[in-house]
Design a protein. Structure first.
Length: 115
């Protein structure tokens, strides 16, 4: 069973930074890609950043240049460094991966950016 546990969320002022972590219960090397999604109240969940097994990355346009996704295979951990945070980044952030059987999601971590 794959479990994903996020941490690192919190309350920060606009312009501040946070680093989210996602620890997997299994080796992340076995997954094609790992991703961070977010969901704000009343909005659909959206992909924020994705990193492949060979460390290729892609980002939501609105976070490009501010957020950086990275992975540490030895620690089975994926990170999301978020800089220059804005109130519109406020959301619950979820870690995600998948295999041929299903998608896997963490429980989410709240990020709140005050203006």
């Amino acid at each position: 069973q794959v479990q994903l546990v996020e941490s690192g969320g919190g309350l920060v002022q606009a312009g501040g930074s946070l680093r989210l972590s996602c620890v997997a219960s299994v080796s992340i090397s076995s997954f094609t890609a790992m991703g961070w999604y977010r969901q704000a109240p009343g909005k659909q969940r959206e992909l924020v950043a994705r990193i492949t097994s060979n460390s290729g990355t892609n980002y939501l346009d609105s976070v490009t240049g501010r957020f950086t996704i990275s992975r540490d295979n030895a620690k089975n951990t994926v990170y999301l460094q978020m800089n220059s945070l804005q109130p519109e980044d406020t959301a619950v952030y979820y870690c995600n991966t998948h295999n041929i059987f299903r998608d896997y999601w963490g429980q989410g971590t709240q990020v709140t950016v005050s203006s």
